[in-house]
Design a protein around this ligand. Structure first.
Ligand code: GTP
Ligand code: MG
Length: 621
C-alpha cells in the first residue's frame, strides 16, 4: 500500500479532535512516541503532521518564516511548540498530544518526553496508547532510556510496536549500522516478550521513509512509518472481551420506601447489558443487572468498554467500592492475596520486603507487602541481579506480592487492563506493574505472624479449662454481623448486658473504639479498615484467652473480614451472629437472625445458641 497524504485542507487539530468524537467520524487511534532525549521524537511528529497535511493552513510557512527572521535553522519540532500556543476557536491545544490524519484514520499522538522523570506519566496511564513508535538515534545507538522504554512498553501491554532507527543520514544511510541496531535491539526486546512489527530506517528531519519510501536507502523495501502505522490494527476488541467493571462507588438513595443502590464505575472491558447475571469479586456476591442508569433522559440497554456507568441490581445486595463486577457466564477473574508480578520501581526510597504499601488495582485499594523478590533487573542493562534484598529506583523487579485481603485481578496475558496495578508509597505512586501469575500460599504472611506469636506466647499457669470451670462458661469471640443499621451495635450491647446479668464475664468493644483508644494510622486511609480489623483480632485473642465472652458488631463484614478475625483470634474460636438476609459469603454462621425478629427475640435466639453450643451453661446462676 502506498499511503496517500491527505490533501492539505488546513483542518485544525482541534477540529480533528472534535470530529473524532462525533458518531460518524472515521476510526481513531492513539499512538505513543518514545525514545531517548534528542533521538528525534518531536521532529518525527512534526514531519508526520506536515507531510500528511494535518497542520492548520499556513502554519508550516509561518514557522519557517519566523525561523528565517530570527536567523535560526528551521526545526520540525518547532511546529509542536507553535501549535501549543495556538488558540483555535478559543481552545488551547493539549500540550502532550498532537493529531494527524489520513483518509483512513485520525491519529492522536502522545509525545512522551524522553527523560526518566517523565516515565512516571507514561506508566501511570497518562498515555493511553494502542501502538508505539520507539525511536533510536542511529548515530548514538541504544541508550539507557531506549532499553527502559522497551521494558515499559512491554509492561503497558503494548503489543504493536515499530522501532524507528532515526538520523540515518548521520551514518551515511548505512545498512550494516541499521542491521546491527536491529539485531541488538530485537534480541533485547525478545527477552521482554516484545516482538516489534518492524524496524524502519528513517531520517525524520529529511522526511526519509516517513510517508513514502525515498531514495537514500534502496536496500530497504519495507513499509514507510505511515504505512506501518496504518497497518496497525485498531484495538477496538475491548468491548468484545469478558466484562470487567471496577466498582468505584455505591450510592444509596433512601427516598420514601426506596432502598435503591446505584453502583458506579467505568467499564474496563466488555459490554454490560440490562438483565446480565453478574458476580462481584472478591466478595463472590451475585445479582442481576436491573437497569443501566444514564444522566440524560432514557436509560440505555447496554454500555461498553470505556464508558462510565451507573447500574442498579434486581436484589439489593451490599457491595463495597473496590470490587470487580464480572458477568457470570464470562471467564472469571482471579481472586487471591498472592501474585507474581513485574514491577517498575520509581520511588525515591527502595521497595523493601516487610514494609506496608498501598496497592491500587482496578478500584481496589488494599495494603500490600513485598513477600518475595525473585529477580531484579537493572532496567537499562537488563542484567539480572540475583539475591538482591530490595528493589531500587528504576529497577525492574520480578516479585511476589501479598495483599492484606483478597483482590480480584486478571493476568497480563489475559487482560492487561485488569492486570495492571500501581503501588503507592507515602502518598506517591512509587511503582507500577502487571500481574503475571497467581501464586498460592501455604501460609499467608499474617498466618506466619500468628504462628510466630503463638510459639513465643508466654503462658501463665492458669489453663483455659480452669478458667472455664471457675467462670462457668468458655471464652468466646462473638461477632455480630449484618447491614449497617443502628440496631446492629444495639443488639451486641444488649447481648453483653443480658450475658452479664446471667453471670457471664463479658465485654463489648466497638470497632471504632479500636481507633479511638489506639490511635495510630490515618482513619481515612484505605489501609485503616485492615489495620482496625487486625487490632480488633489481636485484642480478641487476649480477651478470649482471659476467658471472657468478647462481643463486637461489624457492619457489612464479608467472609474475608471474618476469616482474618478467626485467624487472629486463634487458638480460640469465633461465634458468628448474622442479622439480615445476606450471609457473609461462605463463612459459617452460628446464628442466623431474620431482620423481622424484634430485638428481644433476636437476643433470646443468640443466648439459646450459645447454650446449645456449650459456650454458656444451660442454667442461670
Ligand atoms: P526531546 O523532546 O528533548 O526528548 O527530544 P526529541 O526526541 O523530541 O528530539 P527532537 O525531535 O527535538 O530532535 C533533536 C535534534 O535531532 C534536533 O536538532 C533535530 O533537528 C535532530 N534530528 C531529528 N531527526 C533528525 C534526522 O533525521 N537527522 C539529523 N541529522 N538530525 C535529526
Ligand atoms: Mg521533543
Amino acid at each position: 500500500m502506498n499511503a496517500q497524504p491527505a490533501s492539505s485542507t488546513g483542518v485544525s487539530p482541534v477540529l480533528h479532535e472534535r470530529d473524532a468524537r462525533g458518531t460518524s467520524a472515521p476510526e481513531q487511534m492513539d499512538l505513543v512516541v518514545v525514545g531517548h532525549v534528542d533521538h528525534g521524537k518531536s521532529t518525527l511528529i512534526g514531519r508526520l503532521m506536515a507531510d500528511t497535511g494535518s497542520l492548520p493552513l499556513g502554519k508550516l510557512e509561518q514557522v519557517k518564516a519566523l525561523c528565517a527572521r530570527n536567523a535560526r535553522p528551521f526545526e520540525y519540532a518547532f511546529l509542536l511548540d507553535a501549535l501549543k500556543n495556538e488558540q483555535t476557536q478559543g481552545i488551547t491545544i493539549d500540550t502532550a498530544r498532537c493529531f494527524f490524519k489520513t483518509p483512513r484514520r485520525y491519529y492522536i499522538i502522545h509525545d512522551a518526553p524522553g527523560h526518566v522523570e517523565f516515565l512516571k506519566n507514561m506508566v501511570t496511564g497518562a498515555a493511553r496508547a494502542e501502538a508505539a513508535l520507539l525511536l533510536i538515534d542511529a548515530h548514538e545507538g541504544i541508550q539507557e532510556n531506549t532499553k527502559r522504554h522497551g521494558y515499559i512498553l512491554s509492561m503497558l501491554g503494548l503489543r504493536q510496536v515499530a522501532v524507528l532507527v532515526n538520523k540515518m543520514d548521520l551514518v551515511g544511510y548505512s545498512q550494516p549500522v541499521f542491521n546491527l541496531i536491529t539485531q541488538e535491539y530485537s534480541e533485547f526486546l525478545a527477552g521482554l516478550g516484545v516482538r516489534p512489527a518492524r524496524f524502519i530506517p528513517i531520517a525524520a528531519r529529511e522526511g526519509v521513509n516517513i510517508v513514502t519510501l525515498s531514495q537514500p536507502m534502496p536496500w530497504y523495501a519495507g513499509p514507510s512509518v505511515l504505512e506501518q502505522v496504518e497497518s496497525f490494527t485498531k484495538m477496538s476488541g475491548d468491548q468484545d472481551r469478558p466484562l470487567r467493571l471496577p466498582v468505584q462507588d455505591v450510592y444509596k438513595f433512601t427516598e420514601a420506601e426506596d432502598e435503591r443502590r446505584t453502583i458506579a464505575g467505568t467499564i474496563d472491558t466488555g459490554t454490560l447489558r440490562a438483565g446480565d447475571e453478574v458476580l462481584f469479586l472478591p466478595s463472590g456476591k451475585k445479582s442481576t443487572v436491573k437497569t443501566i442508569e444514564a444522566f440524560s433522559a432514557e436509560n440505555p440497554r447496554e454500555a461498553t468498554a470505556g464508558q462510565a456507568v451507573g447500574l442498579t441490581l434486581t436484589e439489593q445486595i451490599y457491595v463495597r467500592p473496590g470490587e470487580l463486577l464480572v458477568r457470570r457466564s464470562d471467564p472469571p477473574a482471579r481472586v487471591g492475596t498472592r501474585f507474581r508480578a513485574n514491577i517498575f520501581w520509581m520511588g525515591r526510597a527502595p521497595m523493601l520486603p516487610g514494609k506496608r504499601y498501598k496497592l491500587k488495582l482496578g478500584a481496589a485499594r488494599v495494603p500490600v507487602e513485598l513477600a518475595e523478590i525473585r529477580n531484579v533487573l537493572d532496567a537499562s542493562e537488563l542484567t539480572s541481579i540475583r539475591g538482591k534484598r530490595q528493589v531500587d529506583r528504576h529497577d525492574v523487579g520480578e516479585c511476589v506480592f501479598e495483599t492484606a485481603r483478597p483482590v480480584a485481578f486478571d493476568l497480563a496475558a489475559e487482560c492487561e487492563k485488569t492486570a495492571r496495578f500501581v503501588i503507592v508509597d507515602n502518598y506517591e505512586i512509587a511503582g507500577c506493574g502487571m500481574v503475571l501469575e497467581q501464586v498460592s500460599a501455604e501460609e499467608s504472611l499474617l498466618a506466619k505472624q500468628v504462628h510466630r506469636r503463638e510459639i513465643t506466647w508466654q503462658k501463665g499457669h492458669v489453663t483455659p479449662a480452669e478458667r472455664a470451670a471457675q467462670y462457668h462458661h468458655k471464652g468466646k469471640f462473638v461477632v455480630v454481623v449484618g447491614e449497617p443499621h443502628p440496631g446492629l451495635p444495639q443488639l451486641a450491647k444488649q447481648l453483653e448486658s443480658r450475658l452479664f446479668r446471667e453471670g457471664v464475664h463479658t465485654y463489648y468493644l466497638s470497632l471504632s473504639n479500636v481507633f479511638d483508644c489506639l490511635g495510630g494510622t490515618d482513619e481515612s486511609s484505605p489501609l485503616a479498615h485492615e489495620e482496625q480489623l487486625r487490632r480488633l483480632g489481636e485484642l480478641a485473642r487476649l480477651v478470649t484467652d482471659a476467658g471472657l465472652v468478647f462481643i463486637t458488631a461489624l457492619e457489612n463484614a464479608d467472609q474475608h473480614d471474618l476469616a482474618k478475625l478467626k485467624l487472629l483470634n486463634e487458638p480460640h474460636e469465633l461465634f458468628v451472629v448474622c442479622r439480615g438476609d445476606e450471609t457473609p459469603g461462605s463463612f459459617p454462621v452460628n446464628v442466623q437472625l431474620s431482620p423481622k425478629q424484634d430485638q428481644d427475640e433476636a437476643i433470646q435466639a443468640v443466648l439459646q445458641a450459645l447454650k446449645d453450643q456449650g459456650v454458656t451453661p444451660d442454667y442461670s446462676i
